[in-house]
Every structure is written in C-alpha cells, then in structure tokens.
Design a protein around this ligand. Structure first.
Ligand code: GLU
Length: 480
C-alpha cells in the first residue's frame, strides 16, 4: 500500500503545539515510508476560519521544514484541498447516503437537540422517525434542515488503532451525529471521511482527542462501502502538572509561534516535537532529521500522555545553538537580532554575539544580553561590586585602562585582550585585580560574555565613560 498521509488543520487560530506535533509525525511517517504528505485545510467553521490563519499555517510548516507533496501549497490531482471549495462533492455523497436510507433530515435547532440528551443514548433525536408528511410540512414551513446519521442502536463499532490497539465503542453511546449543517456546510466528521477517501489517505495520524470521532467516521465508511484508513491516535500533550496543554487557556507555551518569536531554532523544535510521544528506543535525544526519518515507526509511538517540558526544549535549543558553525550561528543570529530592533549594521555586534554563543539557550536571550550593554551602567548587586572594586590597586588598574583606551581609535577583541595584559605587566599586578574588576566597571556585573569581546563592542569612548561612572559609584553617587 502506498503511504499517503495528511495534515488537516482548521485555520481558526495560532497553531497549537499539539497540532504541529501531528504535522511533524505525519511528515516523518511519510518520509520514512517514501510516501506522500498532504496539506488539507478544514475551513468549514465559517465563523472561526480565516485566510490569515491559513497563511500562518503555511508559514509555520515552512519554518519547520515540513515540505508538502500535495494539497494547499503543493498541487495535486485530488483537489481542491480546501474544504469550502468542495461543497458540491459533500452534497453529492450526502445524497447518496440519503438514497441508501442511512441518514435523516433533522429540523431541531442545535439547542433543542442538546436538550434531548439522555444517559442511555447521547441523543434521542426526535426527528429520527418523522413521517414523510411531517418532513414535508416542516420543509414547507422553511424550518432549517440538517442531515443526521442514523446511528445503530445496538452492537459495537471497533477499530484497530496502531498506537492503542483495539478500540471499541458500544453503538448506543454514538449519537445521531450531523453530517450536513442547515447552512449547507458539511460537519467535520463527514467532510473528513469523504476527503480522506477521495484523497486516497492510507493512514490517519491525529491527536487522541479525536478518538471519539473515529467510530462515527467508521460508520460513515461502512455506509458508503469504503475501506477505512489505518488510524493512529497520538498521545495527548500534557503540561508539567500532567494537565492537558490547552489552546484556550492562554498558556503561551502552547503555541508554536512563541518558540519562533523567542529565537528557538526550527531544528530544535522539530527534534523536540518528534520526541513528544515517540521514542526511537534509545536514550539519544539530539538527532538529525535524517536519523529521525530513518528510525520513525508507528510501533514506537507511546500510548501515554507526553509531558511538554519547557526547560528541556530550552536546554535542547542551547545545544543546537552551540553546535552551529561560527558562520552559520552568525547568520542566523543576525537575522533574528535585526528583527529585535538591534543595530545589526554595527559590526562590533559580531564580537559580542560570538562571545555569547556558548552562553545562551535562545536567540532572544542573546538579544537581551546584548541589549544590556546598550543600557546605562548599573550595579544590580552593589555590595558584591564594591567588594571587588574597592580592593587595593583596582583604582590604578581602571585609571590605566582609561588612559590606554584614550589613545586608541578603535578596539577589537585581540587588541582589548592585549591592553589588559599590558596593564598586568606594567602595574605588576595579578589578573585577579584586573579581569573581574574591569568586568564590574564596564558591565556592573561579575559574569557575562568574554571580557575582551565586551570591550571591543563597547569601544574606547564608552569604556572611558563607564570607568568614570564606576568611580562615581564608588564615591557613593547613584547607580544602585
Ligand atoms: N481539522 C481537524 C483538527 O484540526 C482534523 C482532525 C483530523 O486529523 O482528522 O483537529
């Protein structure tokens, strides 16, 4: 069987981590099997769908490197791939089901339908057994009409899930679900089955939250006389307290865009998401895309919920950043920093950027650390700063540095490092009286990027100003 899988998002908002994880798994499966990865847009929720969100989806897929073989953004012979462009198709199959007697028209408003809920049978649809005369009468009155599936009242509906094994539902818990709304639009369950069948989808990989839809979809497949695809329901994504990571709870970490905006690399996000519910069976966590494609299999998808650990993805991004070649790091960091309002034309930024490559986990962190050097000097921990700066001999070191930078037009990290060495030699002092005190004098802090990179970045003029400020601080003026 040739593998054809699809990512079928509804363009109703920012992409949730759970949705994009579904896309990653589908893509990995397609690539691992030499199959096709399709993108279908499920935009039948008229009120909530928008083209803007569709654009976002495409942008995020591109960002993650999930190339589309077929569908929106990929062409193909089974289109259109946007559901609102397929209304005629759904209508045709709805009529076919009508002829087969598998469906019935329903004139209830959604509220009325809801009221009929009863514990034995989710819905007891009052329209299920309307006489043809009554149907005629309601139609003549112009009462809006939906189309519902005549669900069996006994027996069970079961399927073999590739992740969870056999899953069975008693038919009586399956309501007379709608196939077509009174607006003429199909419901998700109906459109999904028609499309999956016509687009020759072989495997449906989607979130576990869809498990309760699957028996309804199987009933439609059976009624149409179609072969259902293989189903694999992916484990839920949980937060650290093992609650479902929800879209609407405003948890920023639930959205893919948060990671892009915070300067995570797409390869980190891809790697992290791939391991969210799939384990290749070894402890290895940092894996190349090729390795993941090679090892991916449905059998290794876990059944239990996958915990999303923000600290871990941050750590992983740090590893990816540190592993980048200098040049590559420079290019990617610059691209991010320019979007953060930093002056990337300033070539000195490079010194600082490179000195920070080892010290940050995200590019946002890099931008923040760099920005600190733009800000006026401050001593967040004045006690510590005083202790270091008031050591005997430090004042002389700082004065010497001030004088030396007064004689140069410009600095690069090598020249800056040489200046400090000269001071050690000329004043015959230990490095202890130079490196840490100079760092405090220039940055207000005891740790940070490589000192010579900071000096090069600040430049002679700024260094002199900061040394003066430090003297003022030591005299007790301001700054705390
Ligand atoms: N539009 C559905 C969703 O975004 C698709 C579910 C499916 O893959 O069948 O949840």
């Amino acid at each position: 069987m040739s593998v054809r899988v699809r990512f079928a998002p509804s363009p109703t908002g920012q992409i949730h981590i759970g949705n994009i994880r579904t896309a990653v798994f589908n893509w990995l499966f397609a690539r691992s099997q030499g199959g096709k990865f399709l993108l279908r847009v499920e935009d039948t929720d008229q009120e909530r769908s928008s083209e803007e969100f569709e654009e976002i989806i495409l942008k995020e897929l591109r960002w993650l490197g999930l190339d589309i073989d077929e569908g929106i953004g990929g062409g193909g012979e089974y289109g259109p791939y946007r559901q609102t462009h397929r209304l005629k198709i759904y209508k045709k199959y709805a009529e076919e089901l009508q002829e087969k007697g598998c469906v019935f028209p329903c004139f209830c408003s959604p509220d009325e339908f809801e009221k009929e809920k009863n514990p034995e049978h989710s819905y007891n649809d009052p329209c299920r057994d309307l006489s043809p005369d009554k149907v005629e009468e309601l139609r003549n009155k112009g009462v809006p009409e939906a189309l519902r599936f005549r669900s069996p009242r006994q027996g069970k509906v079961s399927f073999l899930d590739s992740v969870h094994g056999e899953i069975a539902f008693q038919s009586q818990v399956i309501d007379d679900f709608a196939l077509m709304k009174s607006t003429g639009y199909p419901t998700y369950n109906f459109a999904c089955v028609v499309d999956d069948h016509l687009m020759k989808i072989s495997h449906v990989l989607r979130g576990e939250d869809h498990i309760s839809n699957t028996p309804k979809q199987i009933l439609i497949y059976e009624a149409m006389g179609w072969q259902p695809p293989v189903f694999a329901h992916l484990p839920l994504i949980l937060d650290k307290k093992r609650r479902r990571l929800k879209k609407r709870s405003g948890q920023q970490e639930a959205f893919l865009s948060s990671y892009r905006n915070a300067g995570y690399l797409p390869e980190t996000v891809f790697n992290y998401l791939a391991l969210l519910g799939w384990s290749p069976g070894e402890d290895k966590e940092i894996m190349s895309r090729e390795e993941m494609v090679e090892k991916f299999s449905l059998e290794k998808i876990n059944e239990s919920g996958a915990v999303f650990d923000i600290e871990k993805i941050k750590w992983m991004n740090g590893v990816y950043l540190r592993n980048l070649e200098r040049k590559e790091f420079r290019e990617r960091a610059l691209a991010f920093l320019s979007g953060q309002g930093l002056d990337t034309e300033n070539e000195k930024l490079i010194f600082l950027m490179e000195a920070l490559q080892e010290k940050v986990n995200t590019l946002k962190e890099l931008a923040q650390k760099i920005s600190e050097y733009f800000e006026p000097l401050a001593f967040p921990d004045p006690e510590d700063a005083r202790q270091v700066l008031q050591q005997d001999g430090v004042e002389k070191v700082l004065s010497s540095l001030k004088a030396k930078v007064g004689e140069v037009d410009d600095l690069n990290p090598d020249r800056a490092a040489n200046l400090l060495k000269e001071i050690i030699k000329e004043l015959q002092v230990g490095g202890k009286l130079v490196y840490k005190p100079v760092r405090y004098a220039l940055t207000g802090k005891g740790t940070g990027a490589d000192l010579s990179a900071i000096m090069a970045y600040l430049g002679p003029e700024n260094i002199r100003m900061r040394i003066d400020e430090t003297f003022k601080f030591l005299k007790g003026d301001a700054h705390e």
